[in-house]
Every structure is written in C-alpha cells, then in structure tokens.
Design a protein around this ligand. Structure first.
Ligand SMILES: *Cc1c(COP(=O)(O)O)cnc(C)c1O
Length: 408
C-alpha cells in the first residue's frame, strides 16, 4: 500500500472500520496506461457492473471512450453522473421498460441478446433509430487453464447471446424495420483470460465475424465488440493483465481487418487494483491447533473471496498501542484463517495464510477490492453496519503521527 493511502488508512477511527478506500490517482494512472497500450482503432468501454462507485466512474471518465451498462439501474446511474458519456447497453433479460429507457436515453449502442429482445425493441421504436450489435455465442475452444478462477459465458450452452444459426432471423427482422441499424457483432465469451489467450480469442472471433458478414447480403460489418474478461490474478496481485502485449498483438490483427473498429469492455482488470477493504482484528483464537483471526465486517462487505473461492490478498498494518491490562492475543509465524463476524463457516476472507505476526487491534487491508467487491456483497447480512467509504486524492498531506496520537 503506497504511503498516501496508508496515511489515510491509519487516520481512520476504529469505528470507521471496515472501510473501502479507493486510490483515485492510482486508478487514473492505471487506466491511462491501459488506454496508451491500445491501438487507436480500439474503443475502450468500462463495464460499470465491476464497480459503479460515482467517484470511481468520474475518475475513469476522461480515460475511456464510454461505459457498458447491463441494467436500467446502471444506465440511469451512469447517465445521471456523466450525461455526455457514450453508453452501450448490454446484458440478458432486458425488460420492455429498460429497452424504452435505453431508447429515451439515446444509448450509443444496444447489444441485442435474442430475437425476442429485438422484437420487443422494434415495437418500441416509434420512428426513432438505434444502433445495435447482435451478441453471439460462438462455439470456440476456451483455454483449458481458465480453471476455477475464470467464468465461461459462451463457447458452450449458455443463456448469453445467441447461437450463430439464430442470427439470420434477426437479420430478416432488421431488414424489415427502418430504424434499427446493425453496426456489427458482440462477443463476451469468458473472463479470467491472459493476454495471449485473449488475443487468440479476438483473432478467431474477428475471422469468424468477417466470414459471416461476407456471406450475408446487405450486412456491412463495421464494428466488433469482443467484451471484457481480461484476467486479474488474486494469488499474484502484482501480476496484472499484460496490456502492452495485448495492445501490441492487436496491431497486426487489426491490420488484417482494415474496415473494422474493435471495442473492448473490461471491468475487473480496470478497477480491481484501486480498491482496499480495510478492517481490524477483533479477536485471535486457536481451535484444535489452528489459528483464526476474527475481523470486523466479513464477506457481507467483501464477497469476492467467497464468490471466487480464493484467498483475498492482504497486508497487515500493525498498531503497537495496546491499552488493556491483559496479554494481547496474537499469532506469530504460522498460518491463520481470516474470518468475518458472520455466524456461518463460509464467512472466510483468507484461509490458512502464513503471517509473521497478527494481533488483536492490528489493521488488515485487503487488496484487489476495487471490482466485484462491495457491489456484489450481501450488505444486509446480520444487520452489521456498512463500511465507510474514503477516496484518496494526491492533495492530502501525510501526518505520520496521527495514528499513534489518536489512540489512548
Ligand atoms: C461482465 C461483463 C463484462 C466485464 O467483464 P470483466 O470480466 O469484468 O472484464 C463485459 N461485457 C459483458 C457483456 C459482461 O457481462
């Protein structure tokens, strides 16, 4: 954790914990580097479902070409915050109200999931026009090493997008209705991909899309959106998706498809690193030889390790002040399981992870908590208080003594 962030964390009162702390300068720097690594012909959208915190979206706004939203709620949220940002509306199960909302909001793109959805849309047009991509579930071989960390949305039977054989019916419908402009195809087939695996997928997808369009009369393929899914590695927090390699690999690939604009819409790989879930050790216990640290909060705030079945990486922030007259409970040089306050054995944030020392009162900062973290958690579980939220900007002046002075 860098100094400006650590300073903010140690100044938080115990009762401000748990807290989500977002490193906004680091987020801007990261997304700037992502953008810089990509060829100009690649449009970069941010998938808002990964984290739609208003200040996180605001920090991204100057660096991305737009936002991908997956519900009417996200659409309204993004539009209210960033009225001028281009928005693509995707995701399965759009309601008629959501589709009407998308037309009223003049979304830049609508990603169509099925023939039924297209029919609903055409019934709502009322003389207006809308630019659409058809989402396709391509039969592709996904890398075997996706493992349990990955999510597979396509390449096999799935509720996402449509099978290639269903596209022709959509083309007939589109040809019959003025107002629906087909711009191209959309694919979001898997998440958790490395840069070489993603490049191979993009390569196959573009070749398939061009070939498909070449055999269809009246189809002008100007755009392919290959989704998100750029992997992050929770076991190796410093080993991010290789954006420079991805960008370099896209250049020759795009050269083979001169008329095409490529779009990507990553979520996790953009915001995962900027967020920290900071909490405190309430108790240390030993049960049949195994050490457990009970923390404020738990998986109702940070569901990521439970959802992905991993150990959330963390840093210990020692607090040397111990105001009580009895021995301070601690664990030293051994594996410890970090759990929350919920009365369920599933409330585990990290399992049997070695620590040099961890004591009651020390703070624990979980890293990589900026995507699919607070916003996918069951916030109401056991009616524990919500975390507080803090956004660190560069202008803040560090005060190293503040933490020690605050304690009794
Ligand atoms: C979730 C989702 C994304 C973002 O996926 P990440 O793995 O967070 O990059 C992009 N597009 C669609 C259609 C999605 O459902």
């Amino acid at each position: 954790m860098r100094a400006a962030l650590l300073d903010r964390v140690v100044r938080l009162a115990d009762d401000d914990l748990p807290a989500y702390v977002y490193d906004l300068p680091a987020l801007r720097e990261h997304v700037h580097a992502v953008r810089a690594a990509l060829p100009d012909r690649v449009g970069l959208l941010y998938a808002a479902k990964a984290n739609s915190d208003p200040r996180v979206l605001g920090a991204l706004a100057g660096h991305v070409d737009g936002f991908e939203v997956a519900s009417g709620g996200e659409l309204g949220h993004v539009r209210a915050l960033l009225p001028d940002a281009p928005v693509a509306f995707g995701g399965p199960g759009k309601t008629p109200t959501e589709l009407a909302h998308a037309l009223d909001a003049k979304v830049e793109r609508l990603h169509i999931e099925s023939e039924h959805e297209l029919r609903l849309l055409t019934g709502l047009l009322d003389g207006r026009t809308v630019d659409v991509l058809l989402r396709v579930n391509l039969p592709v071989d996904l890398p075997a090493d996706l493992g349990r960390a990955g999510l597979v949305m396509g390449g096999r039977p799935s509720p996402f997008g449509m099978d290639p054989a269903r596209l022709d019916r959509c083309l007939e419908l589109i040809a019959a209705v003025p107002g629906v402009r087909l711009r191209g195809l959309h694919f979001h087939l898997a998440s958790g991909l490395t840069a070489p695996a993603h490049l191979a997928l993009v390569d196959g997808t573009l070749a398939w899309a061009e070939d498909w369009a070449a055999h269809r009369r009246g189809v002008c393929l100007s755009e392919v959106n290959v989704g998100g899914g750029m992997g992050v590695d929770y076991a190796h927090p410093h080993q991010g998706f290789d954006w420079p390699a991805f960008g370099a690999g896209l250049r020759p690939l795009l050269a083979r498809h001169p008329g095409l604009t490529l779009r990507i819409e990553p979520g996790r790989s953009v915001t995962a690193y900027c967020g920290w879930y900071v909490t405190q050790v309430l108790d240390i216990k030993f049960s049949r030889g195994q050490a457990f640290a009970v923390l404020r909060g738990g998986t109702h705030h940070l569901r990521t390790p439970s959802a992905k079945q991993h150990d959330q990486p963390f840093e210990v922030i020692p607090d040397d002040v111990w105001p009580r007259p009895w021995d301070r409970p601690e664990v030293r040089d051994e594996p410890v399981t970090l759990v929350g306050q919920l009365c369920t054995p599933k409330d585990v944030l990290a399992r049997r992870v070695g620590v040099a020392r961890l004591r009651v009162g020390d703070r624990v900062a979980f890293a990589m908590a900026g995507a699919y973290a607070w916003n996918i958690s069951h916030h109401g579980f056991l009616m524990h208080p919500h975390p507080t939220f803090h956004h660190v900007e560069e202008a803040e002046v560090p005060d190293p003594g503040a933490y020690a002075r605050r304690l009794p």
